[in-house]
Design a protein around this ligand. Sequence first.
Ligand SMILES: Nc1ncnc2c1ncn2[C@@H]1O[C@H](COP(=O)(O)OP(=O)(O)OP(=O)(O)O)[C@@H](O)[C@H]1O
Ligand SMILES: [Mg+2]
Length: 217
Amino acid sequence: MSADSYPLASGPAEAAPPQPRISDLARPRGAPAASGYLEGLNPEQRRAVETLDGPVLVLAGAGTGKTRVLTTRLAHILATGRARPWELLAVTFTNKAAREMRERIGHLIGPEAEGLRWLGTFHSVAAQILRRHCELVGLKSSFTILDTDDQERLLKQLIEAEGIDPKRWSARHLAGLIDHWKNRGWTPDKLPPVEGESFANGRGGRSTAFTRSGCGR
Ligand SMILES: Nc1ncnc2c1ncn2[C@@H]1O[C@H](COP(=O)(O)OP(=O)(O)OP(=O)(O)O)[C@@H](O)[C@H]1O
Ligand SMILES: [Mg+2]
């Protein structure tokens, strides 16, 4: 089985420890192979790193070692054989933070860090999951993600195709409404009538613009 074919772990690694493979059995398990990475931690950090069962919340000020805790905790989970790199999910807000995490874990555990395929921003991890399981939401794996400008350009064309006056009902306005509807999980068939009425006397909610924006799926 290739790394590609491993599904994203469906629950915390602690809840369902991975079954060892033959190649894993050859590796020392249990005690960390090299626990030197634990030595640079203060007692609170160390406690957070070594608490592997159940959730851990780390609240600390700027520059006080939160990322060090996170990266060392991931390294510790890997070094103790609790999970394999592709079974860990680590999300960040920014690309910069994701790069920093990957780089810092790389310093701790070496090339194994490259296997952390589920380390990334919310957006990139979600896009990967969607790409992989696209058929579950009626998409093709070749689906494209439009940026704000492209969204507006497309909506403008669709508004014009619907015969709606684009000066009165702007693409930006419709984009905002669609975003609002999607955030509530309202597909065109589930859109409350009063909401649908809010654009071009109901033609926004019924329009192909809404359906084709991906909401119809
Ligand atoms: N226990 C420690 N002993 C010595 N240095 C430490 C310790 N913990 C963290 N550091 C160092 O302090 C600096 C800041 O750590 P880190 O980046 O992990 O903090 P942070 O809380 O994530 O910061 P930010 O708020 O900027 O995200 C780094 O250089 C890190 O190596
Ligand atoms: Mg940080």
